[in-house]
Structure formats: structure tokens, C-alpha cells
Design a protein around this ligand. Structure first.
Ligand code: NAD
Length: 498
């Protein structure tokens, strides 16, 4: 049995006493074991990153960017291999894995402009013969802790930018599907990142806690569920670190009576059921304005759900693969049962689905609830499965109030033909990423990604321009070279141009 080890200072290490099984979600067969890093192992990685930092900090940004160009090429050349690894451990359909990887590559493309992004700001003559500039210096050792659902893309939100900015990095990928993140890091070293500048440790709370408390780690980026995001944010802050912690979501689509319903339904199908709903930007609630809109929406969704193909992710003919683990399948099915108990109308029940040849897989068919009300657990909690809840309201404002009152504020969208309504919605809704007739408004790599409310703890968003700010600290220098021989007396009032 293959043991997935850590990558520390350019070498593989796997001698921790604790290991965890990695299963194929399509069959539940154990395909590998992953070594769970002890405190000592993580400290070894931190020591390697700290030792590599002084030299890496001084490498010119253009040289660091050149490595990222090579990384982009290597990612493209190895795309099929990465996606197969990813699908075998995560379960998502290969085409979907390819979409995920492509989004990750786009982050690397943005990082290739590091010399431009790090140029800083300069002002000449801020006073007589005085110049001032702000430069953006690296922080030192940074760490990234990532979730199971985008095992290739989310690490690529983090370490390429951190490293291009002159930091060294320790990645702690999800212990449920770590292989693609590890392989991509190996490609990073092959592209020219020196040993010690990028390290990978696998593990659970013990590894995370070590990263959060060790004084040598300067900043932590986290993506995962809200309770852990909040814990990472407060623990990291208490230990003096800069932290950005991205949490869970419950994303609502507002369907207006004037919407192009066929377009809305096809968008909702992909956004609710793609990747089995295991996306932080998945639409899990559709709020229909008016009963006529809701009735038509339910009817059209039912017809589309009947055509969905669910099966092994290695087959691109399928629309949906299995859920990531048996425990997660049980949790999602538990929510379906709870929704029925709480009085919602289960229009399509995906439970009990058996995929021929994959009877032991974590399969669940697309499920659809109607007449979901605020206060029901299926509305308040993030289910993270292929379950779409339809809510019925009388007015657009009522729908917006439901969305605003929810604890999460990651993404949302509106389906309408009315530009004024769309503008009012995007102006006023209390959510960080908004789509107008676009169901998954995931920003492109040259914008930044982040939710509001309990979907993000911290200020700066992920990737794009905000990530340059997150992985650097501003230093502002004010410089004067007095003409030789000039002597001035001390100035006691606060210096200004008056
Ligand atoms: P998770 O919170 O279980 O795990 C995320 C990371 O935290 C993993 O690396 C895991 O090892 C670590 N971890 C788990 N328990 C821990 C503990 N007690 N102490 C310290 N570390 C711990 O999340 P997941 O199930 O892997 O991912 C799904 C979640 O991630 C969903 O809630 C989803 O919405 C969220 N997510 C959010 C975004 C975003 O950008 N907002 C993006 C992707 C996923």
C-alpha cells in the first residue's frame, strides 16, 4: 500500500506514527495511506522554510516569476495526470476536475506578473528634495491549510503568490484527498522553486495547531468550514499572525417572475448539482418570487433532474460523481431526513441510488425540496451535497431579507430580465460575490475571491490583487540627501508642507 508522505526541504518523509486511509469514493476501496504529521514533523518543515527564507527573499521578482511561467507549463503538460489523481480521491467527474485545475492555472498566470505587482508606489518631492516610496516586502514563513473540495485549485490560490512575493511556504492540504496538491508542489520544485521554499505536510488538528502557534510562521491562509475557519482565525491572531480564513456558505439564487426560466433552470442544475454540491459557491437555495414562478421552476427542475447521469467520476459521460466519503454521505442523507421531519416538501429524493458496478460508492442522486422556510436546518446549515431547496416569497424584498439574514454571505445571484432590479440587488445585497444571470460568480484570477459575514474571517480576499497585499507588508521610506555642507538646526514642529 502506497503511503503519501510529506515534502520537506525537497525530500519525502513519512515516518509519523499516525496514518489515515485514503479511499476511492466510487468504491470505498482503500487506495493509499497518508502520513499524519506530528508536531515534530511540522516543526521540521517550519525550520526548513525559515532557513530558506533569507536567500529566497533576495531573489529578484522577475526570476521568481520565471519559475511560475515554468510551473504553468508543467501544470498544462501534466493536466490529465493531475485530474485523474484528483478524481480518484475526491470523486468529481474528470471534466469538472479539469475546470478546477484550469482555474488554478489562471492563478499561476496572474502570479507571473509579480514584478509588476510588487513595483510599489513612489512620490518624488514630497518635501524639498525629499522623496518617498512604499515597497511591499515579504512576510517570511507563510502557511496554507486547504479543504477537500478543491484539492488542486485552492492550494494554487495560495502558495504561488506567496512564493512569488518572496515568502517561503508550508502547505497542509486536506488529508482526505492530498495527492494532487502534493504532486503539484513537486511540479513547483521541478519548475525551479528551491528546496525548503515550498514544503507540504499532511495531517489534521495536530499539524494545524503547530502551524498556528509556532512563532516562526508569520501568516496563515485557511479555506474550509466555518467553525474551523473561526478557530484558525482566533488562534492564529492570538499568536500574533496575519490570518485570512475562508469558511462555509449557503448561496441563494433569486428567481424573479420575469426571468428566462429555461436559462435559470439550466444554470441552477449545474450550480446546485455540479461536483455533487460540494462547492463553496454551489447554489443550494433558489428563492422564487411568486407561486407561479416557483411552480414552473419546480416542474422544469424535476424534468432536468430526471435526465441527470450519476456515476463514476472517471467517466466524463456522467454529470455527477459520488460524495467524498461515506461519513459525508451519511451526513447529507441525515439532512434530507431532517428536512422531511421539519415539514419541507421533498419533491425529488436522491437517497438509495445504486450505481451498477459501484454499489459500495458514496452515491446520492440529486434531491429537491420545495416550501423550505427560514429556521429549518436544511436552510440554516450548509449541507454540502446535491440538495437544492426552493423557497417561495411574494416580493423581491422578502427574498433579499432572507438572504441578508443568513449567517453566510459567500455568493448569490439573481435571474431577471430587469436591469434596474439586478442593479438594486447587486448594490444592496449583503453578500461578497454577486452574479447577474450568472449562477457561480467566482471571480477571475485578476480579481479577488471572498465572501462576507461568517464566510470570511479577516479582511483581504483570496488570490488576485488582495493576495499581493496579504502576502506582503508595506514599508514606506522617506529619503532626503541634504546638499553636502548644508547644516540645519533641529525642527520641533511636526513636518509638513506648510
Ligand atoms: P474542514 O473545515 O473540515 O477542513 C479544512 C481544513 O482544516 C483541512 O485541511 C483539515 O485538515 C483542517 N481541519 C479539520 N478539522 C480541524 C480542526 N479541528 N482543527 C484544525 N484543523 C482542522 O473543511 P472541508 O470539509 O475539507 O471542506 C469543506 C468546507 O470548506 C465547506 O464548508 C466549504 O464551504 C468550505 N470551503 C470554503 C471556500 C471559500 O472560499 N469560502 C472554498 C472551498 C471550501
Amino acid at each position: 500500500m502506497r503511503t503519501i508522505g510529506h515534502l520537506i526541504n525537497g525530500k519525502f518523509v513519512a515516518d509519523d506514527p499516525r496514518q489515515q486511509d485514503i479511499t476511492n469514493p466510487s468504491t470505498n476501496e482503500v487506495v493509499a495511506k497518508v502520513s499524519l504529521a506530528s508536531k515534530a514533523t511540522v516543526e521540521e518543515a517550519i525550520a526548513a522554510a525559515a532557513a530558506a527564507y533569507p536567500a529566497w527573499r533576495d531573489v529578484p521578482p522577475a526570476k521568481r516569476a520565471r519559475i511560475m511561467y515554468r510551473l504553468k507549463e508543467l501544470l498544462e503538460q501534466n493536466a490529465d495526470k493531475i485530474c485523474e489523481m484528483l478524481t480518484r480521491e475526491h470523486g468529481k467527474v474528470l471534466n469538472d476536475a479539469m475546470g478546477e485545475l484550469q482555474r488554478g492555472i489562471e492563478n499561476v498566470e496572474y502570479v507571473c506578473s509579480a514584478p509588476e505587482l510588487l513595483k510599489g508606489e513612489h512620490s518624488k518631492n514630497v518635501g524639498p528634495a525629499i522623496d518617498s516610496w512604499s515597497e511591499f516586502q515579504p512576510l517570511g514563513v507563510c502557511a496554507g491549510i486547504t479543504p477537500f473540495n478543491f484539492p488542486a485549485m485552492v492550494p494554487l490560490w495560495m502558495w504561488p503568490m506567496a512564493i512569488a512575493c518572496g515568502n517561503t511556504f508550508i502547505l497542509k492540504p486536506s488529508e482526505r484527498d492530498p495527492s494532487s496538491a502534493l504532486f503539484i508542489a513537486e511540479l513547483g520544485l521541478e519548475a525551479g522553486i528551491p528546496a525548503g521554499v515550498l514544503n507540504v505536510v499532511h495531517g489534521d488538528k495536530e499539524a494545524v495547531d503547530t502551524l498556528l502557534t509556532d512563532k516562526r510562521v508569520q501568516a496563515v491562509s485557511f479555506v474550509g468550514s466555518t467553525p474551523i475557519a473561526e478557530y484558525v482565525y482566533s488562534t492564529g491572531n492570538a499568536n500574533g499572525k496575519r490570518v485570512q480564513a475562508f469558511g462555509g456558505a449557503k448561496n441563494h439564487a433569486l428567481v424573479m417572475p420575469d426571468a428566462d426560466l429555461d436559462n435559470a433552470v439550466s444554470a441552477l442544475m449545474g450550480a446546485a448539482y455540479g461536483s455533487c454540491g460540494e462547492r463553496c459557491m454551489a447554489i443550494s437555495v433558489a428563492v422564487a418570487v411568486g407561486d407561479a414562478t416557483a411552480d414552473a421552476l419546480i416542474e422544469k427542475l424535476q424534468a432536468q433532474i430526471a435526465k441527470l447521469k450519476v456515476g463514476d467520476g472517471m467517466d466524463n459521460g456522467n454529470d455527477m460523481g459520488p460524495l467524498v466519503t461515506r461519513a459525508h454521505l451519511d451526513k447529507v442523507e441525515g439532512y434530507i431526513a431532517r428536512g422531511v421531519e421539519e415539514g419541507a416538501e421533498l419533491v425529488v429524493d436522491g437517497r438509495g441510488l445504486k450505481v451498477p458496478g459501484f454499489e459500495d460508492g458514496n452515491y446520492l442522486g440529486a434531491s429537491l425540496f420545495d416550501r423550505v422556510k427560514p429556521g429549518m436546518a436544511i436552510h440554516s446549515d450548509e449541507i454540502f451535497g446535491p440538495v437544492l431547496c426552493v423557497m417561495r416569497v411574494d416580493t423581491m424584498q422578502e427574498a433579499m431579507d432572507i438572504i441578508d439574514a443568513h449567517e453566510y454571505g459567500n455568493g448569490t445571484c439573481i435571474f431577471t430580465r430587469d436591469g434596474e432590479a439586478a442593479r438594486y440587488f447587486s448594490d444592496n445585497i449583503k453578500v461578497g460575490m454577486v452574479g447577474i444571470n450568472v449562477p457561480l460568480p467566482v471571480p477571475v484570477a485578476y480579481h479577488s475571491f471572498g465572501g462576507w459575514k461568517r464566510s470570511l474571517f479577516g479582511d483581504l480576499h483570496a488570490y488576485g490583487p488582495d493576495s499581493v497585499r496579504f502576502y506582503t507588508k508595506r514599508k514606506t521610506v522617506t529619503q532626503r540627501w541634504p546638499a553636502s555642507g548644508v547644516r540645519e538646526g533641529a525642527q520641533f514642529s511636526f513636518p509638513s508642507n506648510n
